[in-house]
Design a protein around this ligand. Structure first.
Ligand code: ADP
Ligand code: MG
Length: 518
């Protein structure tokens, strides 16, 4: 029987889960130390090509921080590479990745490869992504799966996966309007769903792909650096400060249980005793807490929903940073009720991904018990961005055309979805149309504020025609977030099809990585 596997490829921790023979999702622990979560940390020695992933890599941060990659997920969307020479992420200026440079997808593939070792026979995988991940980051995730030598069955949004898990366990009765609040190490997502029995309908998601526990750690490090400089008269270098991250994280965690804490930290001028109170920590994170509050309110107030806090029946937590008392206080004060207790904030996403993998496996590959446990589970998600195309408008004053963004698929549209919109050619003798596809978090008309995710496809048109020839544009977005965009010239029947996120487009050579994971 094929293994049905779900992976939570987290900023801080990654987890792999599978459906057991009874159809229940279970974590596959690291056989080296029996831990259920693997730190998403990679040690790379450029010369020997030696790689370590997880705990060992995390330990190397204290001695060789320049060889340790942390929080690679934060870079999945960016045009940057990890430079072995510089020991940090640098902008990718040239079109080629240099010999000692590695893309975020390549680094992530090492984490996936290590994880897949915990579950023998792993081949096909479902990988989770933050709800707010942009197209480029989703594609980079697909690339990482390919480089790891695995096959991507589907990606699923993290809060959606967590909800799938919570709705499937008998311990918690999940029904009605549910809020999933997911604050991890690198990202924040909040989703609102309607759950009836096994029918899960995501209504909206909001979030910030750059907001999480890592930010809180760096605030503590800055505070340490300030204290160090004040006492010793010497500033800590950037690398010195990176070394302090694990201690800052330890301090942050202990402040979830205690009111104050003290640690000795090392610097070029000897050790320094650093003390901090929970109150001070709350002050350091207050701007981020306000940001979270605004996103919560935005999710409730989203266009179609217009919900009040009291309309939400239950609040479920996901992510390690939901252990912070100030975060629980925030949720309780905004929502007027406390979140559900006793949930598994570290494992819910991976366990839900394993269920999703089961739902995406042909039933001939499922055991009778697996089939039974997945029976009747229905899941629908929404589109988390606005998708549109560039449209020419005429500026009468300036007597010239200019391009505006025209939205075809608004955010929160229930998937799958298809829309066809009529356009026409703008001027006499127009011989081409640029088949642009745009993505944005807000409803924008200004092209300055959108990401153009496809632009080099040209639909060539027959010559010598007057303006006003009908053109049809069809955007189709499936449940997995794959989009098909068709640009058709009605009279000639000519068409261009743009397929977005068909998975990884890496060639076998690009997907080849000659590292040895220890
Ligand atoms: P990700 O999905 O981004 O990998 P996780 O959900 O695993 O993140 O959460 C990891 C984050 O949670 C880290 O920033 C970690 O420091 C933080 N965290 C874990 N436990 C605690 C705690 N007790 N108090 C505060 N933060 C915590
Ligand atoms: Mg997570």
């Amino acid at each position: 029987m094929s293994k049905i596997v779900g992976i939570d490829l987290g900023t801080t921790f990654s987890v792999i889960a599978y459906l057991n023979d009874l159809g229940k999702p279970e974590i596959a622990p690291n056989f080296e130390n029996n831990q259920k979560t693997l730190p998403s940390v990679v040690y790379i020695d450029g010369q020997s090509k030696k790689v370590q992933v997880g705990e060992k890599a995390l330990n190397a941060l204290a001695t060789e921080p320049e060889k340790v990659v942390t929080a690679v997920k934060k870079h999945m969307e960016n045009e940057c590479v990890w430079s072995i020479k510089e020991g940090k992420f640098i902008d990718k200026n040239t079109s080629d990745v240099g010999d000692d440079e590695y893309t975020p997808a390549q680094i992530s593939s090492l984490i996936l490869k290590k994880l897949s070792e915990f579950n023998e026979g792993t081949n096909k995988v479902v990988v989770t992504v933050p709800a707010m991940f942009a197209e480029s980051a989703r594609r980079a995730t697909a690339d990482a799966v390919k480089i790891a030598g695995l096959e991507l069955v589907d990606t699923i949004n993290e809060p959606t996966a967590a909800l799938l898990y919570y709705a499937s366990i008998p311990d918690i009765d999940v029904s009605g309007k549910i809020m999933v609040f997911d604050l991890g190490g690198g990202t924040f997502d909040v989703s609102i769903a309607e759950v009836n029995n096994n029918n899960i309908e995501i209504l909206t998601s909001r979030g910030d792909k750059n907001l999480g526990g890592h930010d809180f750690d760096t605030f503590i490090v800055s505070e340490m650096a300030k204290g160090y400089e004040k006492e010793k008269g010497k500033a800590l270098s950037a690398q010195d400060q990176r070394k302090l991250l694990p201690i800052a994280e330890k301090i942050k965690k202990s402040l979830s249980f205690k009111q104050n804490t003290t640690e000795f930290i090392d610097g070029p001028d000897g050790p320094y005793e650093f003390s901090i109170t929970r109150e001070k920590f709350n002050e350091l994170i207050s701007l981020k807490v306000t940001q979270i509050k605004m996103l919560l309110e935005e999710a409730l107030d989203s266009k179609e929903l217009k919900l009040k806090p009291e309309d939400i029946d239950q609040i479920l937590l996901v992510g390690g940073s939901t252990r912070i008392p100030e975060i629980i206080n925030l949720i309780t004060s905004v929502m007027g009720k406390a979140p559900v207790k006793g949930v598994n904030v570290d494992e819910a996403v991976a366990l839900g991904a394993a269920i999703h993998a089961g739902l995406n496996t042909s039933s001939s590959n499922l055991s009778a018990s697996q089939k039974k446990s997945l029976k009747d589970v229905k899941l629908s998600d929404v589109c988390n961005h606005y998708f549109g195309t560039g449209k020419l408008e005429w500026d009468a004053k300036l007597s010239k055309h200019y391009v505006v963004n025209d939205v075809l698929i608004p955010r929160d549209t229930k998937l799958p979805y298809s829309i066809t919109k009529p356009y026409s050619t703008a001027y006499d003798g127009q011989e081409a149309i640029e088949c642009q596809v745009t993505q944005s978090e807000h409803e924008e008309t200004d092209m300055e504020f959108v990401n153009i995710i496809n632009e080099n496809t040209i639909l060539s048109l027959p010559p010598n025609r007057p303006a006003g020839q009908p053109i049809e544009v069809t955007f189709t977005y499936d449940k997995s977030g794959r989009m098909n965009c068709e640009f058709t010239d009605i009279n000639s029947g000519k068409k261009e099809i743009v397929e977005l996120r068909p998975g990884s487009t890496l060639s076998p050579e690009e997907a080849d990585l000659d590292f040895k994971i220890e």
